[in-house]
Design a protein around this ligand. Structure first.
Ligand code: DAH
Length: 339
């Protein structure tokens, strides 16, 4: 009996398998119900009582060794040889569920692309700003109502530090360090102290544009904005400019586009007028150029600013601003195709 056990121990130690079939054959041969080790176990009852202890220990060692060696071989097959282990490397991968870009990012990128094709590059500035860049340099009078606590988020201990209320502040950031020609668009988040509703939020997004060079004219501005409107809302889109007022531009205008929902005939969306407002614009006030170290006798400029949410509302007919910041995936998924 002892010789048989030792013989099997030697065999078991040197077991080898090239694939899963061979391994299974070995398992059956040694550890199967009718295998060699079980046969010895059955013989065990014929062992004289005085030898039972010694042989019992040996038999258990044999069984452990066999089990461990089979496990070792199995691990080796799995880690070294995927095909032998039954893994099909030619199988198609599981479909990966990708996220989608946020609708505001889609619209912002499209705005940047359109102006990028017309020679504008992107400039960014800080959201936490100082009074000078948001208001002072932009020609807001000391007592202008827009500086009022109602609209602007101040930091109590530092009234000079504010959350920017518009991206026009980036105009000043760029002009103080660069000389014309300057041609930039500035996308970014802005903050206003407003009660949150379907049509107002305490933060939203804008894209500002600025062009400063010799002989820049209002005609250039109008042509640029017409081209933008056509690319953004379709070739048939018309624009109209209405006189307006902004401290940083003179003259100033607001631009409407022909309602892209009814095509200008008049509908509830455009309140029957056939027109919807999309941006503010104008010729950069000479005071602004001088405030930022640019000679206003040599250079002129135009600027424009638009709300990204506004453009997205028109393009995708989203009527509740809050949807953009709630991150309800059912809403966000609607923009899968626009990605
Ligand atoms: N900053 C303005 C706002 O937040 C938008 C604007 C209007 C920007 C006219 C301009 C501009 O550059 O010329 O309402």
């Amino acid at each position: 009996m002892i010789d048989k056990i030792n013989g099997l121990l030697g065999e078991v130690e040197h077991m080898n398998a090239a694939n899963n079939e061979e391994l299974e054959a070995l398992r059956i041969k040694y550890l199967g119900k009718k295998g060699a080790i079980n046969a010895l176990m059955a013989d065990f009852r014929n062992v004289p009582p005085e030898n039972k202890k010694e042989i019992g220990v040996l038999l258990n060692q044999l069984k452990d060794k066999a089990q461990n060696r089979i496990k070792e071989l199995k691990d080796a097959l799995e880690s070294h040889d995927d095909v032998a282990a039954g893994i099909d490397l030619t199988r198609t991968a599981y479909p990966v569920k990708l996220g989608t870009r946020h609708p505001l990012s889609i619209v912002r990128n499209e705005i940047i692309d359109i102006f990028g094709r017309m020679g504008f590059c992107v400039a960014e500035g800080p959201e936490v700003e100082d009074d000078w860049h948001v208001f002072g340099s932009m020609n807001f009078a000391e007592d202008h109502p827009a500086r009022d606590m109602q609209d602007t988020f101040f930091i109590e201990a530092h009234p000079d530090i504010i959350l920017r209320t518009h991206t026009s502040s980036v105009e000043a950031r760029v002009m103080e360090h660069a000389q014309p020609p300057i041609r930039i668009v500035s996308p970014g988040r802005v903050y206003r102290n407003e009660a949150i509703s379907y049509r107002a939020h305490c933060f939203f997004h804008q894209v500002e544009g600025l062009y400063v060079d010799r002989n820049v004219s209002f005609t250039d501005l109008k042509q640029l904005l017409l081209q933008f409107a056509k690319e953004m809302f379709g070739d048939g889109t018309k624009i109209r400019l209405r006189p307006s007022y902004f401290p940083f531009t003179e003259p100033s205008a607001e631009m409407d586009i022909s309602c892209n929902i009814c095509g200008g005939k008049g509908c509830p969306f455009c309140k029957g007028t056939g027109w919807v407002e999309i941006l503010g614009c104008g010729m950069t006030d000479p005071n602004v150029l001088e405030n930022c170290g640019i000679d206003s006798k040599e250079y002129t400029g135009y600027a424009f600013g638009m709300g990204v949410e506004r453009i997205a509302n028109l393009k995708y007919q989203v009527n509740d601003l809050r949807l953009f910041s709630e991150n309800d995936v059912r809403f966000l998924k609607e923009f899968e195709a626009a990605n």
